[in-house]
Design a protein around this ligand. Structure first.
Ligand code: HSE
Length: 403
């Protein structure tokens, strides 16, 4: 029998125990022996009627010092104390499976190196895209190809908000309130709406794809707070949708990474990723385009991805299954050097000034909203767009990059 322990018995931790227990027979068939949850670390009181209350312990050392436990699940969230706890478990020769994107984005390289040294695994399928298998395909499947780009809708909350704005013409504040009432958005929604959550996830994917450690704080990140119902009207007129895209790609030997809302053509596969769903679009030199779609959050989809990591570790004792990335720092390209077309709009009185500044580099759209004019530029460097609009910065009502 393989003994495991779970650190943190919140929503996801409870989900992992539920999946491991409910699917015991399926898992045993795959692994070749039973996988059992021996300990659950939780400092808060657990209801005595909880079916697993008798497995709850309050001290990490009970788990670290238990030679029977070979796999530990971390579902505490945050980095304090998760980082120290995970490190201790790995150093004690236990594999770790985590759903914690903050931990992986910040300490991934170090934890992967410890796992490798100890011949165990540090696995984090659930840290990006919830229940969508994306880490394992990148690590284990698309291994004979050079991946050139990864583009993802990696945040369910903002995708839900943008979908409602698009479908109902609702404004930003109304959809944020709805998302909060449904429990998708936190009372302080910043991590989602300002793009930080998507930023951590693309930092993990970028590190994994390009093999070096990306500092998430160096990724240009713009959230959806400036997107309005008026922008959605223009998107519709252009045959587009607006999505918060987290992307990274290789161009002329440099890796660029960015999170920003983008106008996406209605025929792009990611444009059909709606509501709280996530999607990841990968382009490989040989493979061409691949698309991964599914529930990016939620108790059971996320728990199922963590449980799959437990199965992977259980099937491969004494081996390091996740090679991940090295601790060598990735120098990202300057966002000002990225190239794309831009959509922007100004008041009707300022339209002639824009025409004078851009000449034939921007095309005025037919009127979508009376009293103002929308423009779409040719593909240009972000630096050039900023220079062209420098003198009318305050007059640009909104500016959205085009995918
Ligand atoms: N807040 C995140 C989202 C949860 O909305 O996608 C899953 O990481």
């Amino acid at each position: 029998m393989i003994q495991t322990a779970v650190l943190g018995y919140g929503n996801i931790g409870n989900g992992v125990v539920t999946v491991l227990e409910s699917n015991k027979d399926v898992i045993a068939k795959k692994v070749g022996e039973q996988v059992h949850v021996k300990h659950i670390l939780e400092i808060r009181d657990v209801k005595p009627e909880d079916p697993f209350a008798d497995r709850v312990v309050k001290e990490l050392d009970i788990i670290v010092n238990d030679p029977e436990v070979s796999i530990v699940v971390e579902t505490m969230g945050g980095t304090k104390p998760a980082y120290e706890y995970v490190k201790k478990c790995l150093l004690a020769g236990k594999s770790v499976a985590t759903s914690n994107k903050e931990l992986v984005a910040k300490h991934g390289a170090e934890l992967l190196a410890i796992a490798s040294e100890k011949k165990v695994s540090f696995l984090f399928e659930a840290s990006v895209g919830g229940g969508i298998p994306i880490i394992r395909p990148i690590n284990n499947c698309i291994t004979a190809d050079r991946i050139q780009s990864v583009t993802g809708i990696l945040n369910g909350t903002t995708n839900y908000m943008l979908t409602r704005m698009e479908r109902e013409g609702a404004d930003y504040d109304a959809v944020l309130k709805a998302a909060q009432e449904l429990g998708y958005a936190e009372r302080n929604p910043s991590a989602d709406v300002d793009g930080f959550d998507a930023c951590r996830k693309i930092a993990i994917l970028t590190s994994l794809v390009f093999g070096k450690e990306v500092n998430s704080e160096e990724i240009y990140t713009e959230g959806i707070t400036a997107i309005s119902d008026v922008d959605m009207k223009y998107a519709k007129a252009l045959g587009c949708t607006i999505k918060l895209l987290a992307m990274s790609y290789l161009k002329d030997g440099r890796v660029y990474a960015m999170v920003s809302p983008r106008l996406l053509s209605g025929v792009h596969p990611l444009s059909g990723v709606n509501e709280v769903m996530n999607g990841v679009y990968v382009h490989g030199e040989m493979t061409g385009d691949l698309m991964f779609y599914g529930a990016g959050a939620g108790k059971l989809p996320t728990a199922s991805a963590v449980a799959a990591d437990v199965v992977e570790a259980a099937m491969n004792p004494g081996r390091t299954m996740m090679k991940g990335w090295t601790s060598e720092k990735m120098e990202l390209g300057d966002v000002l050097d990225t190239e794309q077309a831009f959509f922007f709009r100004v008041s009707a009185e300022d339209a002639d000034t824009v025409k004078g500044l851009f000449g034939d580099k921007a095309m005025a759209l037919d009127t979508v909203v009376s009293g103002e004019t929308g423009f779409v530029t040719e593909v240009m460097k972000e630096r050039e767009f900023n220079e062209l609009t420098a003198s009318i910065k305050d007059k640009v009502r909104s500016r959205i990059r085009m995918a």
